[in-house]
Design a binder for this molecule. Structure first.
Ligand code: ADP
Length: 637
């Protein structure tokens, strides 16, 4: 039989290195990972057996077996689940399935992961944790439904390569044998194994059996006790979600969470309930405490695990949860759906819609309670998942306002690290304030210093500071309790409606100059108008209501989308002395070349203020330098 030697992918080598140099303080978790994988493999086989009776378990039933062998210093975890073919084993144990190489390596090197190595659990690296206690691992497997001759043996010492060999294996499923390191022999002790299984894997639905030594009264001589060896099931096997809430302690909830989520950190909230009535199901849902690194990626897998009458149907059932709650992990066990439910059925199923609506409401209600009663934990939760949750105000029209009530905002009136809700914002709106104002930016300081803020600061209006890239897309056009959301940098703003006569006067005074500015900039701006938002600055550019703001434009471009350059409106501040000066020159000589120069300079300044570049940076700086020289010469310096 030929043995092939293959190299691990680079990211696995790095991972192994991390594992071997003790990633976890609790090395014992390796057993949890192996049992968890074995249990998943049985779930898959059992599901496949619904349509392929040939692989069904007839006699012994589905089970996981743990075999410690002191003679060889090996610990073996076996299952009679789905098994792996040669190709599958090479992919499953030679590459990292869930994560793109680049993201994985970046994450490995990131400070966050270095400080919190448990985060690595998100990458589904469970199997490799066995290298913390073993210096060699042998995996023998046969895919369910294949001939005994199609078995495969995989072996590695964790040094960068593994070998693979075709073998004969009589039973379906997988045996994973750890050749324990000299100082890790304690994992061969019966009581040690029992206590680890009890601690981490008690809820596993399939029996975890081990042959144990027991003392028993002798059948022959009743006065004697004899030692016998017999199988013992180490776990209670109770599907945790079906137990009464009062019978489950926090540790059990947490361990189950780790099993289903592959997260090594504790969850931040547990939602466990049974729905009765139009639809009967039990849900055990969790909010993680940290956002997975890939939650914003397109290939992020959404949805709880779906069970039908305790049989696992699918891992991520995205039909059960709206995408803006995609951080929720857990299980849903339905009594109404058919066992052979397929994706197609799920997509057009009334029961599924009812479950989804019910879960959505329950999660939103729980978050609302958390927000009201556990402010600090909610702020922590929001820091991780607010970015995802708020997508709901756009995509879930029906619940937009309910979701809006869950949002936390930094505003021009909050201190660093403090937040306001929309309810608070609306309650504190000034008497003459009609709309809810927001600014999109990359930092609070940018907003506070922005010329767009001038009139708002003067009127002491509070402005929401929105720092996420999608904010403009989500909030423009949104309404909360009948109040419109308005960007401070879009559309015309009239905070002072009283000054009509002044407006007329300035129009008369500067009307002609404005026409000239419009004409000079006609290829660059949509319109030129008097500003209602400027107090100290001379001019600014604003987007029309409905047009994307410059942040959004940049984001769309970065995503590779064609963005037609939306022309902006140039707003000028007639109270700025510059216009009086320009007007004087204009009245004297309309074709004075300096006027055109100044108009372009104005436009360039407005570009800078909105965070863009002047059209021709070198011409811009030359003009500024020239103006500086002229002004110095005038002052005779
Ligand atoms: P994860 O379990 O998070 O996917 P692991 O590193 O623990 O990550 O396992 C990698 C893959 O190896 C699994 O996704 C599965 O396809 C395969 N695998 C591991 N153990 C078994 C097993 N006992 N039976 C069948 N497949 C297994």
């Amino acid at each position: 039989m030929t043995i092939e030697r293959m190299e691990f992918k680079t990211e696995i080598k790095q991972l192994l290195d991390l594992m071997i140099h003790s990633l976890y303080s609790h090395k014992e978790v390796f057993l949890r990972e192996l049992v968890s994988n074995a249990s998943d493999a049985i779930d898959r086989a059992r599901y496949e057996s619904l349509t392929n009776p040939e692989i069904a378990e007839k006699d012994g039933g589905w089970h996981i077996r743990i075999t410690p062998d002191k003679a060889t210093n090996t610990l073996t975890v076996s299952d009679n689940g789905i098994g792996m073919s040669k190709e599958e084993i090479i992919t499953a144990l030679g590459t990292i399935a869930h994560s793109g190489t680049r993201e994985f390596i970046t994450a490995l090197q990131s400070k966050e992961v270095k400080d919190n190595p448990e985060l690595i659990g998100q990458f589904g690296v469970g199997f490799y944790s066995s290298f913390m206690v073993a210096d060699k691992i042998t995996v023998v497997s046969r895919r369910a439904g294949q001939d005994p001759g199609k078995g495969v043996r995989w072996e590695s010492t964790g040094d960068g390569s593994f070998t693979i060999e075709n073998i004969e294996k009589l039973t379906k499923g997988t045996d994973i044998t750890l050749h324990l390191k000299d100082d890790e022999k304690k994992y061969l002790q019966e009581w040690e194994i029992k206590s680890i299984v009890k601690k981490y894997s008690d809820f596993i639905e399939h029996p975890i059996v081990m042959e144990v030594e027991r003392e028993k009264q002798s059948d022959i001589d009743k006065s004697q006790r004899v030692k016998i060896r017999e199988d013992e099931t180490l776990n209670s096997q109770k599907a945790i979600w079906l137990k009464d809430k009062n019978d489950i302690n926090e540790d059990e909830y947490n361990e189950f969470y780790k099993h289903i989520s592959h997260d090594f950190a504790k969850p931040s909230k547990v939602i466990h309930y049974k729905a009765e009535g139009t639809s009967e199901f039990t849900a055990l849902l969790y909010t993680p405490s940290k956002a997975p690194f890939n939650i914003l990626y397109r290939d992020y897998k959404i949805g709880p695990t779906l069970y039908v009458k305790r049989v696992q149907i699918m891992d991520h059932c995205e039909e059960l949860i709206p995408p803006y709650l995609r951080f929720i992990k857990g299980v849903v066990d339905s009594s109404d759906l058919p066992l052979n439910v397929s994706r197609e059925i799920l997509q057009n199923n009334r029961q599924v819609d009812i479950i989804k609506a019910n879960i959505t409401k329950k999660v939103l209600d729980t978050l609302q309670d958390m927000k009201n009663e556990e402010k600090d934990s909610y702020a922590e939760f929001y820091k991780e998942f607010g970015r995802v949750l708020k997508e709901g105000i756009h995509y879930d029209f029906e619940r937009g306002e309910t979701i809006a009530d869950l949002l936390l905002f930094s505003t021009t009136k909050t201190e660093e690290g403090k937040f306001r809700t929309l309810e608070e914002y609306v309650k504190d709106m000034k008497e003459d304030q009609q709309d809810i104002y927001y600014a999109t930016a990359t930092s609070m300081i940018e907003v506070l210093k922005s010329p767009y803020m001038e009139a708002f600061s003067k009127k002491d209006y509070e402005v929401l500071v929105l720092l996420d890239d999608i904010d403009d897309f989500l909030f423009s056009g949104f309404e909360y309790k009948g109040k419109k959301f308005k960007s401070i940098s879009k559309g015309s703003i009239e905070l002072d409606k009283s000054d009509e006569s002044k407006k007329e006067k300035t129009k008369k005074e500067y009307g002609k100059l404005m026409d000239m500015i419009k004409d000079v900039l006609k290829d660059h701006v949509k319109d030129v108008r008097m500003s209602g938002r400027l107090i100290d600055s001379a001019c600014c550019l604003v987007a029309d209501e409905g047009d994307p703001d410059p942040h959004m434009e940049k984001l769309l471009k970065a995503m590779g989308q064609e963005v037609p350059a939306a022309k902006r409106v140039l707003e000028i501040n007639p109270d700025h002395p510059l216009f009086a000066a320009m007007n004087r020159i204009f009245e004297k000589n309309r074709s004075e070349p300096v006027l055109t120069d100044f108009i372009f300079l104005l436009y360039d300044q407005a570009l800078l203020l909105e965070g863009s570049k002047p059209q021709d940076p070198s011409a811009f700086t030359q003009k500024i330098a020239q103006l500086m020289v002229e002004s110095l010469e005038k002052t005779g310096t």
